[in-house]
Ligand binder design. Sequence first.
Ligand SMILES: Cc1ncc(COP(=O)(O)O)c(C=O)c1O
Length: 503
Amino acid sequence: MRNRENLGDTSPEEFRRELHELADWIADFRQSLGSLPVAPNDKAGAILAALPAEPPEESEPFEKILGDVDQVIVPGMVHWSHPMFLGYFGWTTTAPAILGEIITAPLNVNAMTWRTCPAATELETLVVDWIRQWMDLPQEFGGVVYDTASVGVMHALAVAREEAAPSTRKRGLVGAGAPVFRIYASEQAHSSAEKAAIALGLGEENVQRVPADAHFCMDLSALREMIARDIRNNFKPLAVIATVGTTSTASVDPVPEIARICRENKMWLHIDGAYGAGFVILPENKSLTDGWSEADSIVVNPHKSLFVPLDFSVLYVRDLERLRRVFTLVPEYLRGDTVEAQKNYMDYGIQLGRRFRALKAWVIFRSFGREGMAARLREYVRLANLFADWVKGDNRFELAAPVSLGVVCFRFVGRDGSPSRPSNAARPAVAPYLADPPNESKIDQLNSEIVEKINASGRAYLTQTKLRDRTVMRIGLGNVLTTEKHLREAWEMIRKAASDIGT
Ligand SMILES: Cc1ncc(COP(=O)(O)O)c(C=O)c1O
């Protein structure tokens, strides 16, 4: 750059023009999203190959950069907002969410202390309390926003550990007498439990996976036996992670009974409601909150089920001061910034610099209202059950798990009229799921192939998972743009792929 006049930012006139161009681009993108391929079909490395490897030396115009977004980035994406995206929990963004993200960008906040941005700190406190009210959590629960549930569970277990071994923060877990802690989570629980144990030095193997029952929920007698066995063997049971909405089937662990076991054994109860907790804004789902008031911590991911785009996860701790005690540490250069504050969010975790995540959530929650979000979630539940009815109506398929919230796990089981299988009408409507003998590796492979074929087509996207050692297909309803018509189209594609592959 030769001219000092070119320093500083883009000129206001040019910036205004670019913003208008971008506004049109965003509106066009949203409007035409449904006609794009849901997923690319390129080999790994295709995006890198299409972009210059050398860093830019000179300035390039915004139009050219946006052109590359159109040419290379957009076609290289799995479009999670696409109406035919039925993978994972189908999580979504929405028009209000996009507006919220856009407002956030120019504000350039660092919400590490109250004083570095009072509005961000206080809005986070407000929004977190709105969610607490929606979840019927007692007022003694306070929350903090992190990026993800994985980070939330790690912080929760750090508090559990500190309370069970009070000098850990200061000295670490050292010495011959240091307890070997055990954490229990169902075999269906998310792997973030192990990640937390790795990060906290508790040891991956000390996360004990508790068998699940016929409906993929934690087996309570197995939990009791495992705790008793560990106590006999001089381990120290530390915490149970109960899941409300497991990753594969969205099953819900029996929280009130698990709470009782935790109480009897003086253990920390963490509820992983990353997916399921958002659904309690539906009055008909209030029973999901049974036992929550007895928890020590609970995580909810509004980025999974409350319409806030990634990332936005809230960890609630009964008496948030317990979390602060473990993580507060004020370096000298920040001391002046921490005075007069009710709350400095840097005290509630390992992160110092913090984004203004609360703003996008605030925009979305106000735009939809609880009622609007509940109506949309209710529609996902309706669509999930409708899809399950279609599965039950075709005897080449079976449900692989009970339908829960917006998730359906199902399986292609063989050719139409196969003499080896009873018709769906003759099979029990509920459990046992996947009761047939395993060792159907051919069927596993066919289920995988159906998913691969559909995803490769770019017309729809679903996922596969393993349940009781069988490969099953899985859809997650969670996308605001998905309608019954889209779902019907996806089901017809699955049936056709099954006919093409399975005959
Ligand atoms: C039940 C459950 N818990 C935790 C997580 C981890 O979520 P995050 O990506 O926010 O760390 C997931 C991810 O899908 C999940 O399904």
